[in-house]
Write a new protein. Structure first.
Length: 361
């Protein structure tokens, strides 16, 4: 099986070096492409082949890839290709279908596409009270990923049309939105529930003197509430988006760790400045510009998804004054959980900095 997979991979790489016109004019190459599409169904290679050769009538296969891989680069590219094709009825069919997990995953991929077509589709789901709540909550999260989507949620709240069972999700998502005007309006219309930050935090100098439980701190780090693992990696686990924290305890003292959490925009690491990128198509991206050439700009958005575009397709781009790391994370945890989290981060040190590890070699 591995040998067959390797042969398929090599064949895909060879075919991708050809031009679409070359394949169209050669019956044998067309047959080869057709076989490769069948062999690679559901994979990143399938998406590459469809896009490279502009193979028609592959939307169902592309959507299947997107639903199975809503957080991956190629899954999101598959979703964008379906949207551009105009076959949005397929997206609606999946979202409206009986498979709740497929519907939720489809909504997630739709949000990650960050296309201008996404907010209207997602707003319809939020308003449908007959739909499964997990799908509707994902629709709120997906809406909050674009400025237009976030404003759609705020309009719903202002007009008293946002359902009560989605207000907590909306307030949580919009409270960490990267747009200051959205954050400000969200605090007015959708304040975080009382009790999230009921006790005032002690000064950082006092917090730094406390010692916590690193085991619980690791749980806090990986919890959906803190969401640290959705942007940072530790020992290969987590999402490669923000700085790798595998050795953060060797780089920052406790006070600096608290400051980084409580005031993330005060000291943004070089190379991790956030950008708002608006494309001429109307699509928008918010994330890190990870590479740039005269031919291509690559933007990594929250979740680690990389989107590539041509410089000529960019209408404008502005460097955000806010850190890519959201402020207010401490509002979603107790003071003790915050202390435990910092204890865990402080324990993440390079092996060279640990004498016991060195001696055990």
């Amino acid at each position: 099986m591995q040998a067959q997979d390797e042969r398929t991979r090599i064949a895909v790489e060879a075919v991708l070096k050809l031009q679409a016109a070359d394949v169209e004019q050669n019956a044998k190459l067309k047959e080869t492409l057709s076989k490769l599409l069948a062999r690679t169904a559901g994979t990143a290679e399938f998406v590459k082949l469809v896009q490279h050769f502009k193979v028609p009538n592959q939307e169902e296969g592309l959507l299947a890839v997107a639903v199975r891989n809503p957080k991956s680069d190629f899954g999101v590219e598959a979703m964008r290709t379906v949207i551009v094709s105009g076959k949005r009825d397929l997206i609606r069919k999946t979202i409206d279908g009986p498979d709740v997990e497929a519907a939720r995953s489809c909504v997630e991929a739709l949000g990650n596409s960050r296309t201008k077509e996404a907010p209207p589709l997602l707003a319809r789901i939020v308003a449908d009270e007959a739909r499964d709540i997990s799908v509707r909550r994902q629709a709120v999260k997906s809406l909050a990923q674009t400025q237009e989507g976030a404003k759609t949620l705020l309009r719903g709240a202002e007009e008293q049309k946002l359902p009560d069972n989605l207000k907590f999700t909306a307030s949580s998502e919009l409270s960490i939105a990267p747009w200051p005007d959205v954050q400000k309006k969200a605090k007015e219309l959708l304040p975080l529930p009382a009790g999230q930050n009921s006790e005032p935090l002690p000064p950082v100098a006092e917090l730094a003197k406390r010692r916590g439980n690193p085991a619980n701190g690791e749980k806090v780090f990986n919890s959906p509430t803190a969401g640290c693992a959705t942007c940072h990696q530790v020992n290969g686990q987590g999402i490669d988006f923000g700085p790798n924290l595998g050795e953060i305890g060797s780089k920052l003292a406790r006070e600096a760790l608290y400051e980084a959490i409580l005031d993330p925009s005060a000291g943004i690491s070089f190379g991790f400045e956030a950008w708002n990128v608006e494309l001429k198509s109307g699509d928008e991206l918010f994330g890190l510009i990870v590479s740039e050439t005269p031919q291509e700009v690559a933007v990594k958005t929250v979740g680690g998804i990389i989107t590539k575009c041509r410089p000529a397709d960019i209408a404008r781009r502005d460097k955000s004054k806010l850190s890519i790391m959201p402020a207010g994370l401490q509002q979603n945890m107790s003071t003790q959980d915050l202390v435990d989290l910092v204890e865990y981060l402080a324990s993440l040190k390079s092996k060279k900095a640990n004498p016991e590890v060195e001696q055990s070699r």
